[in-house]
Design a protein. Structure first.
Length: 438
């Protein structure tokens, strides 16, 4: 199967050969038109058949640069001067995504920042993924930068000490007869589910309290990866509670990464194109925000109306760490339902860091958007979702006693549910105060 880049290269190559072959018979205008057409075909192929990836750096979005200042300066100003409010602990207990599986080959190691720590994520020669604290206890080299995978162990790039992925224990010191019992690094509980690598965090070092559910369609390859968006948000992780506001036009959520997986429709011939259309539709709607589109439709196309209903509920034991929100979108044309555009969404949150958004559309089919919230620092989440909202998150403070109206009742309900992810020893911001600038 050709990837978009390979196909574009082949098209350009074939075009170049044809032009060179028949250049005497063609005048320069025809050559230019032929060249542009070849590039257009390559671009179109890439547009339709490659996964869509929108990745933003921390100061790209959500800061207003005034008086000739750069966005990075504006971002640092906001982060330094902003009032934080009375924040809950900064790292709730739970599972967090660190990487996509496809980004880690067998025998590869990566240095990742997660929950204020540097970790070395590596895939052993046995195919398993391990996560270790990155700094070598010998003289502090970073195992994730230049470290070498040896079987199921990671070898330090400095003096070659080897640490076992399973438990972080040092199993070999090349120049020593004996390995001290206490020579080890922290090994993080890790799982690889739905094409993602996740780590478990608990402030008291407790073992995982629950597992992250697998989606059969993803495991079997029936749903395929069609794109992702990624942003950084300068906010506390619990800022997501706003998702629950019944007023959907103001809803938003901070997530580290969002992957769109879509299902195979019955007519496989159009599979790829349909998936791409769905991905573009999803990502475009999310980037522009549903609110903006609906406002425009209301103003310009009075005959077209968008209505929706949402309901949030926590789940009962043994899944008390999960909650569900059901959302139904209905489009009306001249007051009549137009079912072709109806979308039914079930958003299932699993702990503080993972949300599965299952959607069902009569024409475009079923699909899954995986949203993962991963704190990088206490007040820095790597974020995706409605780009327009990033500005609000980057500048807001956390209000511990918010002024709510009757229709906001879901917010308090969600805060009570969310409090189960904090323990007495959960880390608080004051210990991390010096990490706020980037
Ligand atoms: S610093 Fe890692 S082996 Fe020396």
């Amino acid at each position: 199967m050709f990837t978009g880049n390979r196909f574009a290269l082949i098209v350009v190559g074939v075009g170049a050969v044809l032009v060179l072959q028949y250049r005497d018979a063609l005048d320069s205008t025809v050559c230019v038109i032929a060249g542009v057409s070849v590039l257009a075909v390559g671009w179109l192929h890439r547009l339709l058949f490659s996964p869509l990836e929108v990745l933003r750096s921390p100061d790209d979005v959500g800061y207003i640069a005034e008086n000739g200042r750069s966005k990075a300066q504006a971002a640092n100003d906001v982060r330094r001067r902003r009032k934080t409010g009375e924040l809950p602990p900064v790292y709730p207990n739970g599972w967090y995504r660190v990487l996509d599986s496809q980004l880690l080959e067998r025998g590869e190691v990566k240095n990742v920042t997660v929950l204020g720590e540097q970790v070395a994520v590596f895939r052993g020669q046995n195919g398993r993924v391990y996560v270790l604290d990155a700094y070598c206890p010998h003289l502090g080299a970073n195992l994730g930068v230049g470290g070498r995978v040896v079987g199921g162990c990671l070898e330090c790039p400095f003096h070659g000490w080897q640490f076992r992925g399973d438990d972080g224990k040092c199993v070999k010191i090349p120049y020593a007869e004996k390995v001290p019992e206490f020579a080890k690094v922290r090994s993080w509980p890790t799982c690889e589910v739905n094409g993602q690598v996740l780590v478990w965090f608990h402030c008291d070092g407790e073992e995982p309290h629950w597992t992250v559910p697998e989606h059969e369609e993803v495991i079997k390859g029936e749903w395929v990866y069609r794109g992702r968006t990624e942003h950084f948000i300068s906010a506390h992780i619990q800022a997501e509670e706003v998702l629950l506001l019944p007023n959907f036009k103001h809803s938003r959520k901070n997530v580290s990464q969002e992957r769109v997986m879509v299902t195979s429709p019955p007519y496989r011939r159009f599979l790829k194109m349909q998936q791409t259309l769905l991905t573009w539709l999803t990502c475009t709607l999310r980037a522009l925000s549903v609110e903006w589109i609906c406002r425009y439709m209301k103003k310009s196309w009075g005959f077209l109306r968008h209505e929706w209903k949402a309901q949030w509920e926590p789940e009962s034991e043994p899944n008390q760490h999960c909650s569900q929100m059901l959302v139904n979108h209905v489009f009306k044309v001249f007051g009549h339902d137009w079912h072709l555009l109806d979308v039914h969404v079930v958003a299932r949150q699993v702990g503080p860091g993972v949300v599965f958004l299952l959607f069902n559309h009569s024409f475009l089919g079923r699909g899954l958007i995986m949203q993962c919230v991963t704190p990088v620092e206490p007040l820095l989440q790597c974020v995706s979702h409605f780009e327009r909202d990033v500005t609000i998150w980057n500048n807001k403070k956390y209000v511990s006693k918010p002024l709510l109206v009757k229709e906001d009742s879901a917010i308090q309900k969600h805060r009570r549910w969310y409090s189960q992810f904090y323990s007495e020893n959960s880390p608080r911001l004051q210990y991390q105060r010096d990490t706020l600038d980037f």
